[in-house]
Design a protein around this ligand. Structure first.
Ligand code: HEM
Ligand code: HEM
Ligand SMILES: Nc1nc2c(c(=O)[nH]1)N[C@H]1C(S)=C(S)[C@@H](COP(=O)(O)O)O[C@H]1N2
Ligand SMILES: [Mo]
Length: 332
């Protein structure tokens, strides 16, 4: 029965899908739900590790038959292993930064690259399910395996704390502290490909609330907030921000949502009622923003992930589109 491997392959499919979904779910939140989703995520990851001995028997047998596309299966295996290894390096803190990239970048990058190969793999290497594959005994065994994987994850977290590995200091999102209250030490990051633009302070205008604002007009606002930018790349940084609360810029703007747009074209949409708790910052730690952190002005959205904190903002416009009318994650 084990020799046929259908149960192992199906369990792998479920676990890979669960790991992928909970990973993105954790990225969507900067609050407590991120932790729950990451517990499920890590348990799924450990369960995949536990299945490797069985899967390698299946793979070895499969590789003995010359079939087109074997290299794609092997490449997918390499990508999944790279993703898993980078995930563990990040979570333990053994290796978090690799030059300008982070372990998280490799973790998510390798997982994303594996997706088309995984779809092909499942389609090209069909599993024929027989009733015995889903017997009660096997389901029980699967449940026990999941419980063991969760316990193994809990144990790994205990070990990380006892041994005092850097991973013990990470936040509930998994991110590491970096340069808090020291803007000069705060990392500069972008979602994907945005380069730091050259902004001319005198020519710059902000479109908001149906009018244009100059840099000096915006700089005159002094609303303050202490907030934590938590980047999905794996760092967080708490700073004292100053600028204008968004509802003050918008005035009596009508609509259901606002779109905040960067000079680079990057932008995010928010519910209009959130404007009261969002800020367009011109300063951090009492100093004007530098180019990397969003000069002339950048969004500060307390309790939202870093990718919502649009930099180099040029317009804030209200309209009647629903706030969820956008890609869940930026596409540029
Ligand atoms: C092939 C798919 C994936 C597998 C097998 C996988 C597996 C893992 C493993 C084993 C860990 C280390 C768990 C620990 O010891 O704490 C981890 C951590 C993490 N993964 Fe994934 N992952 C996958 C995809 C993703 C994706 C697509 C995302 C996000 C979009 C993601 C986000 C994270 C985050 C944020 C952590 C850090 C958790 C923490 O430090 O507490 N993962 N992953
Ligand atoms: C971690 C994820 C996985 C890796 C790294 C992996 C890797 C491999 C490799 C290297 C082979 C042998 C080469 C080949 O036949 O192309 C193979 C075969 C196979 N895989 Fe996977 N696989 C994974 C997940 C899955 C999943 C989710 C399914 C189906 C739901 C699946 C079904 C199969 C089947 C049916 C074979 C053929 C076995 C045989 O010919 O006896 N695999 N896999
Ligand atoms: N215009 C623009 N704004 C952006 C991004 C981007 O790529 N383009 N990246 C976002 C992401 S993912 C993060 S984590 C923060 C990083 O801000 P920092 O460079 O000040 O640390 O900016 C956000 N704002
Ligand atoms: Mo980010």
């Amino acid at each position: 029965m084990i020799a046929r491997g259908a149960t192992t392959n199906l369990a792998l499919l479920g676990l890979l899908a669960a790991a992928f979904l909970t990973g993105w779910l954790a990225f969507a939140f900067a609050t407590a739900p991120a932790r729950w989703s990451l517990v499920v995520h890590a348990a799924a990851g450990f369960a995949i590790l536990a299945l490797l001995p069985w899967k390698s028997m299946i793979a070895r047998r499969g590789l003995e038959r010359p079939r087109p596309g074997r290299w794609a299966s092997v490449l997918m295996g390499v990508l999944v292993l790279v993703s898993m290894g980078a995930g563990l390096l990040h979570s333990t803190g053994l290796l978090v930064d690799w030059g300008s990239l982070t372990a998280m970048d490799f973790h998510v990058g390798a997982a994303l690259a594996a997706v088309p190969l995984a779809i092909w793999h499942v389609a090209a290497r069909r599993v024929r399910v027989r009733p015995t594959d889903l017997s009660r005994r096997r389901l029980l065994r699967g449940g026990a395996a999941l419980a063991t994987a969760t316990a193994a994850y809990a144990a790994s977290e205990v070990v990380v704390r006892i041994t005092g590995l850097p991973g013990a200091t990470r936040r509930f999102t998994g991110s590491y502290e970096s340069g808090s209250f020291r803007p000069d030490l705060m990392p500069v990051s972008s979602w994907m490909f945005d380069a730091i633009p050259n902004m001319d302070q005198d020519a710059w205008r902000l479109r908001a609330g149906g009018r244009g604002w100059t840099y000096d007009e915006l700089f005159a606002f002094d609303d303050r907030v202490t907030a934590t930018l938590d980047c999905t790349g794996g760092f967080y940084s708490t700073q004292e921000w100053a600028g204008a609360r968004l509802d003050r810029l918008l005035g009596a703007a009508a609509g259901t949502s606002i779109r905040v747009t960067s000079s680079t074209g990057y932008g995010r949409r928010f519910p209009l009622e959130n404007a009261r708790s969002m800020f367009l910052a011109t300063r951090v730690g009492g100093q004007a923003l530098d180019a990397g952190h969003g000069f002339p002005a950048r969004l500060v959205v307390p309790d939202a992930r870093g990718f919502w904190w649009v930099k180099w903002v040029t317009s804030i416009e209200a309209d009647d589109l629903p706030h969820w009318w956008q890609s869940p994650f930026p596409l540029q």
